[in-house]
Each structure stands twice: as C-alpha cells, then as structure tokens.
Design a protein around this ligand. Structure first.
Ligand SMILES: *Cc1c(COP(=O)(O)O)cnc(C)c1O
Length: 400
C-alpha cells in the first residue's frame, strides 16, 4: 500500500517547483507563484480520476471526515452510524463536531453489516459512514437503499481503498460525500493530507470555506474576504500537495502492482483448505491494498498470526487485538476519557455498549488476518513470501 515506497523524480520535481517559488501556502500570493497551484491541481486531478464534480484537499484524512460532516450541516446531537472495525479517526471526526458516534457490527465483508445499520437508526440518525477497510468496500447498494428510505446521508470513508470500484464507479464517488487520506502509509501519500469528493455544489462550497476559517474566497485580497459562517483551519500546504500531485498521477501504476502482488499471494493461499477470503460485495472490485482471510476460529487465527511472524512474513495484522482499529481497545471512547468536558449531547446519547452487542463483529474480526500488500516487492520476493505463508499456515489447518 504505501506510496512512499516508490518516491522518485516526479515527487522531487513538484516539490522543487514549490521551493523555487517560495509559496508554501495554497491560497493567495498569485504574483510570486509562477503559475504553480499544487493543491488546486491536485483537486482537479482527483475530481477527474474519481469521476466527480468537486474535490477539496485538506490537511489529513481525519480533517476530511470532519470537514465532510460539517459541510453537510451535521452538528451537536446528530447520530452518525459507523463500524466497530475502522481507524479511530471515524469517531474522532464525529466527536469533533459534537455529533454522536453509533457503533454498528461488521460482517464477512469486514465493513458495515446493512441489517445492523437499519436496526441502529433512530429519529436522530443523520449519516451512515461505511469505512472501506483494507482495500475492499461495504455493500454500497444495500446501504444506499437504506439511506434513501430513511433520508440519511451516505458518507464513504475510502481512506484505505483508493482506486477500488463499485459497479464500475470509484469508491468515494458513490455516496453523497467521500473521503480519502494521504497520510504517510496510504496508497498515495502527501506526507500528511486528505480529500473530500462530492457532486454536491453546496457541500463543496461549504468544505472550501469551512476548511479555511470560513473564508469565502471571493476576490484576490484575503484580508477583504467575507466569512459567511464559522470555520476552522484544515488547510494543506503546497509542499504536501506537491507530493500528492505526483502520486495521484501514479495511482494506476500502484494499483497494477497491488493487484499483481495480491494475486500471487491469494492463488497460493487458495490451495489451503480451511482458509476463507473476505467477501467482496457483488459489483465490487478491490484496490488490493491488503489480502484478508478468515481462519476457522479465534484460536487458529491467533496461532496463524504468530506463525506468520515466526516465518518472517511481516505486515500481517490480527486486528481483533489491535489498539487502534477495533472497538474492544477503544476504552478512551467507551469510557469517555477526555481532557475537557464532552458536549452534553454526547454524554447523554453515547450508548452504553454491552459485552455481547458486537458478537457478529467479534465472530468475523476474531478470525481475520489481513496482510499488507507492498508496492516495492520484486516478483521473486512475492513468490517467496507466498511459500512462507503456506508453510506457516498449513500445519494449523491440518490440526483442525
Ligand atoms: C488513515 C485513515 C484515516 C485518517 O487519515 P489521517 O490522514 O491519518 O488522519 C481515516 N480512516 C481510515 C479508515 C484510515 O485508514
């Protein structure tokens, strides 16, 4: 996945152009910048590649989620449905605007279970936020239907699945809003950065203003611009955007490599009876950022995780025990450990989850191993890796 593995001349050239002009800010300084607008160019390239009308680049993926929610008018007391398996950024962005994260089960797609989503809807629900974890997507057809039936927004977190598609359309472009992260370990990186994509003119305008202190960006004098509503600073710098501009032009090359490496590993593991692969919803094509599979039960998954590491297969994750990606270790959220006071609405409305609330998530995530697909591997290395994985896993399955 990480695009930094293949940094090269394109990245250097774009960054050098920013340093040559000396304009590190994305707005203003028109006379000094030699016609170079890296953030704007990255937005144009993203909108074109993702087949949407608008893209807004911001300082991180978490910022993108926060700005996306704010741009659609989501605020205090609104409930946002999110999965139990995701990165902490999901609830951070929801809490940042005073809204309420409502945790919902994932199924064998490792993303939101549509039936559990429908059961979690209350009169206060405003948004369904599927997270396309580890290179593959939620069942967007089913979720879209639920959102239409109940008048809810669909906000896709495509931070880990850039380049994947659903029914022929890029992930992120199918919901009302879609978000990407370009942090250092994502498929394409800016160092730090993120983006919101949408076809909704109003959400885009709001995202543009909100992410820059409410500036309306009318005219050429920043000091004289108006502020129609409160905003914040989620701007990206031109230096970061320059790296992203190089990387987005290489996205399809990166996807080709991910698919190639994934396919070699998958073909090897398919020969092992007892291994089941994560379900990809009908009509979906993965970004191939990870290869995710299920062992017969939690014990064999734990053993598989250690056996892979022992055999020198790095980059395989057992998310069930992970501090950052699975609800079981989010005690700071579940026990409301904050520096200052939370908004009243959050304190009142945050559900008190019981231990058995997420038995479906536990069933699937407890049996799952996800292996990162790297770009920089040689074919030789991938084949070697495939044999090592088979060697590590086979004994565990024979004992079943
Ligand atoms: C990386 C990531 C984010 C947040 O991105 P940052 O740029 O690190 O803030 C959000 N959601 C998911 C699923 C991610 O993997």
């Amino acid at each position: 996945m990480p695009g930094f593995e293949l940094f090269g001349d394109k990245e250097r050239t774009h960054v050098q152009e920013v340093l040559d002009s000396g304009v590190l800010m994305r707005y203003g300084f028109d006379g000094m910048r030699n016609g170079k607008w890296k953030a704007v160019s990255l937005e144009n390239a993203l909108a074109e590649r993702m087949q949407v009308k608008y893209a807004q680049v911001v300082s991180s993926g978490t910022a993108a989620l926060t700005v996306a929610l704010a741009s659609a008018g989501i605020g205090a007391g609104d409930e946002v449905i999110m999965p139990t398996f995701t990165f902490v950024a999901s609830f951070e962005s929801i809490l940042a605007i005073g809204a309420i994260p409502i945790l919902v089960n994932v199924d064998d797609t490792l993303t939101l279970d549509p039936e559990s989503v429908e059961q979690a809807i209350t009169p206060r629900t405003k948004v369904v936020m599927p997270v396309h974890m580890c290179g593959s997507m939620a069942d967007l057809g089913a979720l879209k239907q639920i959102c239409e039936k109940h008048g809810l927004l669909l906000l896709e977190d495509a931070c880990q699945a850039i380049g994947g598609t659903y029914e022929g359309r890029p992930l992120g472009s199918i919901g009302d809003l879609g978000c990407f992260s370009f942090d250092y370990v994502k498929t394409i990186t800016c160092g730090e950065g993120g983006a919101i994509i949408t076809n909704n003119e109003n959400y885009h305008k709001n995202a543009d203003h909100y992410s820059d202190h409410g500036h309306d960006h009318v005219g050429k004098d920043r000091g004289a611009e108006k502020h129609p509503y409160l905003g914040y600073n989620f701007r990206i710098s031109e230096l970061n955007a320059a790296v992203g501009l190089a990387q987005i032009s290489r996205l399809d090359d990166f996807l080709y490599l991910q698919k190639k490496h994934y396919t070699i590993l998958r073909k090897a593991l398919e020969l092992l009876p007892g291994i089941i692969f994560r379900r990809v919803p009908l009509g979906g094509v993965e970004s191939y950022a990870f290869l995710s599979f299920f062992l017969p039960d939690e014990n064999s998954a734990r053993s598989a995780h250690s056996a892979l590491a022992r055999n020198g297969v790095d980059g395989c994750f057992y998310w069930y025990d992970n501090n950052w990606h699975y609800y079981r270790k989010w005690e700071h959220l579940l026990q409301q450990k904050t520096l200052g006071k939370l908004p009243e609405e959050v304190v009142r409305q945050l559900p008190d989850y019981q231990e058995d609330s997420f038995s479906m998530s536990d069933h699937w995530v407890g049996r799952n191993i996800s292996c990162l697909i790297k770009l920089g591997w040689s074919e030789e290395e991938v084949k070697n890796r495939a044999s090592k994985m088979v060697e590590a896993l086979r004994p565990l399955l024979n004992n079943q």
